[in-house]
Design a protein around this ligand. Structure first.
Ligand SMILES: C[C@H](N)C(=O)N[C@H](CCC(=O)O)C(=O)O
Ligand SMILES: [Mg+2]
Length: 365
């Protein structure tokens, strides 16, 4: 199975409701779709999210990285040599993790198709049904409470509450949601770097005093501030999770050496795809550090790949935040992984199981 062409397209899928964090507000998935064509007629699919405030990646940079740097290295190569191909992708250029992720996802999709098995089986197998949380965007308190109650009604057992905007109001937000949900869902807090280390410790102690025990606190402080993250981890009972602070193995090893966090959030758009995500899970597992698998604002192409990985690495990836497809107004993918509110289930179709993708505008390269 030889690679003959790599095509790029732009996909827009509106979200059901605006997605709001301490870092940004976004109303649609606007992602680059990668299709890798082969001489056997098989097509591998991938997707890159341009989350400039986190990865630094923009649409223009993703398109340029793939079309001018990565694709020329892959054309004519055999999909059977997956490890050689992922090395070519990872060493093609520095950073550009979302572009690398999209290409790797499509390569793994093809590799699994080559072997006639769903990707999770190629990655080691597992129970193909997992549960995701749902994100509650940071907003007016009444709106967040209503969104949280709606999510509980829809069957979500874990809610990821976005905070990090204003410490005083954030505490009110959490207290109000905690009271309304009344034990029917676990509360994960994600400050997206919005607090100082001292504010984060103060906030968690206030919650403790009020008898509120969130399941975890995600990325309370600036991404580069590992010392600040450790300051919080050392002083609160709530498990602290690193998200924006950890992209790849190098950051994870430093985080573990410093004992700066209790959990790490693995996202394909940060790791540059599946090969490094496997390394992160293995390093974390070796050190007894649990992982969450997360996503950016992505659709059911790249989130499907993350779901396959989560199934295969379920011993280490114990928490799932793959709600991108649930946030979308419609599903652009025919076939593939089934996203039904909290339940994500993977079928037995080879690769990612994607039959076709709707609403993609070709990008001339
Ligand atoms: C969508 C997912 N639940 C999530 O919250 N991801 C964010 C970043 C998403 C973005 O800004 O695109 C996170 O975990 O920080
Ligand atoms: Mg996060």
């Amino acid at each position: 199975m030889k690679i003959t062409d790599i095509q790029l397209g732009m996909m827009r899928v509106p979200l059901k409701t605006p997605f709001k964090t301490a870092l940004r507000t976004v109303e649609s998935v606007d992602d680059i779709v990668v299709s890798i064509h082969t001489d056997t007629g098989h097509i591998g699919h991938g997707e890159a999210a341009a989350t400039a405030v986190i990865t630094g990646d923009t649409h223009g940079a993703i398109v340029a990285a793939i079309s001018t740097v990565i694709a020329p290295r892959l054309i004519g190569r055999d999909v059977a040599d997956l490890n050689a191909l992922t090395r070519l992708v990872q060493t093609a250029l520095e950073r550009n993790t979302s572009a690398k992720a999209a290409v790797e996802i499509a390569l793994y999709d093809l590799f699994a198709q080559l072997h006639g098995a769903p990707l999770y089986r190629i990655l080691g197998g597992g129970d193909p049904v997992i549960s995701t949380d749902l994100t509650i965007s940071v907003d007016y308190i009444d709106k967040m409470v209503a969104d949280a109650l709606d999510a509980v009604e829809r069957g979500y057992g874990s809610l990821k509450i976005k905070v990090g905007k204003d410490m005083g109001v954030d505490l009110e937000r959490i207290r109000a949601i905690h009271a309304a949900v009344d034990g029917r869902a676990l509360l994960r807090l994600d400050a997206n770097q919005g607090w100082t280390p001292k504010q984060a410790v103060h906030a968690m102690r206030q919650l403790e005093d009020a008898g509120i025990e969130p399941e975890l606190l995600e990325q309370p402080v600036k991404a580069h501030d590992l010392a600040g993250l450790k300051y919080v981890t050392d002083r609160v009972h709530v498990p602290v999770m690193a998200d924006e602070s950890v992209f790849g193995p190098v950051e994870l090893i430093e985080l573990i050496r410093m004992r700066a966090a209790d959990i790490v959030n693995i996202k394909l758009m940060k790791t540059g795809g599946i090969s490094n995500a496997i390394k992160l899970a293995d390093i974390a597992g070796l050190h007894g550090v649990d992982c969450m698998i997360g996503c950016m604002i992505e659709s059911s192409i790249s989130v499907a790949a993350a779901a396959h990985l989560a199934v295969a690495k379920a011993d280490v990836i114990t928490k799932v935040d793959l709600d991108g497809p649930s946030l979308c107004a419609w599903n652009p993918v025919e076939g593939g992984v089934r996203f039904d509110e909290a339940e994500i289930s993977i079928g037995e179709a080879p690769g990612l199981g994607i039959v076709s993708v709707r609403g993609v505008q070709p990008i001339a390269s």
